[in-house]
Design a protein around this ligand. Structure first.
Ligand SMILES: [Ca+2]
Length: 298
């Protein structure tokens, strides 16, 4: 399990992870797989992209990544729409002003300070800029925002399917971490803060900041992956994660993450209720979108 961290206090497990993430043999094994053609957003200015229904391999192969990314298993996901960008401070504020979301409370927010999480530290002004992704929001606040906007948080499986965009490599752009700076704000280039959402190159589905900037809440509780079984035909259909747990999943890593922790398969689990590294984006099932349009006569 990848817990959130920045700069210092890097654990022994992290050191192991860094080594594991550098396994070149596994990456070259995926190098020849061609990603599918890009899928354009279904409606101009909707701010969402269609992620088509289909199967993909979730998690990492045996010699790659962390233990909690295995076993790699086949997943089928129905079609859904995903926000192309992380929810910004300005967008979240509208929900607060509408009375549907709790205010992001700096005094309640945890930040990494030398070797431990501390609550209530003064946060960088940069984190509060309107176009930057909102952080210091709890899972409940994120879920409330998505509900207010007629959406929901993505499942972990949906997030990874959208992130991969049909690829099987550690990053959707390939297997070379040196290219990451063109796609993500992470510890190597962030200046230890968030940046305006959508400033880097998107993936094949037109999704920005999938890696880094704000780490992103998912709907699921953290749990170890199950082994595919004959009972489920070796494929999990629209998995929802564990029915209960102690921490929710976050995905994508943040401005404070090392390059090895902003891969498609990396799983985060955040024991703090809210931190200066975690934000979110929302999704909507494609069927729900169709129904809503029919209902409004559009
Ligand atoms: Ca992100």
């Amino acid at each position: 399990m990848r817990t959130l961290f920045i700069i210092v206090g890097v654990s022994v497990s992290l050191a192991v992870r860094l080594c594991a993430a550098e396994a070149p043999a596994e990456r070259s094994a995926n190098a020849g797989k061609k990603p599918p053609a890009a899928v354009k957003p279904v409606a101009k200015n909707s701010g969402m992209s269609l992620i088509p229904a289909g199967e993909f391999m979730m998690g990492s192969a045996e010699s790659e990544g962390e233990a909690d990314e295995r076993p790699q298993h086949k997943v089928y996901s129905d079609a859904f729409y995903m926000d192309t960008r992380e929810v910004t401070n300005a967008e979240y504020l509208k929900c607060v002003e509408a009375g549907a979301c709790g205010k992001s409370e700096e005094a309640e927010c945890f930040a990494w300070d030398n070797s431990e999480w501390k609550k209530g530290l003064p946060l960088s002004e940069e984190l509060r800029k309107p176009d930057n992704p909102v952080v210091c929001v709890s899972w409940d606040q994120a879920a409330a925002y998505c509900a207010w906007s007629g959406k929901r948080l993505p499942t972990e499986a949906e997030w990874e399917k959208a992130a991969r965009g049909g690829t099987a490599t550690p990053w959707y752009f390939g297997d070379d971490a040196a290219a990451l700076a063109g796609y993500a704000w992470y510890l190597g280039n962030s200046g230890k803060r968030t940046h305006p959402a959508g400033g880097k190159k998107p993936n094949k589905y037109g999704l920005y900041d999938i890696y880094g900037n704000a780490d992103e809440w998912c709907a699921d509780w953290f749990a170890w992956y199950d082994d595919p079984t004959p009972e489920n035909g070796g494929i999990l259909r629209n998995p929802q994660g564990a029915p209960s747990g102690t921490a929710h999943i976050t995905r994508g890593g943040s401005w404070g993450s090392f390059d090895s922790n902003v891969r498609s398969a990396v799983r985060g689990s955040n024991p703090q209720p809210l931190t200066d590294q975690v934000g979110f984006r929302c999704v909507k099932t494609a069927a729900a979108e169709k129904k809503a349009k029919a209902g409004t006569g559009k």
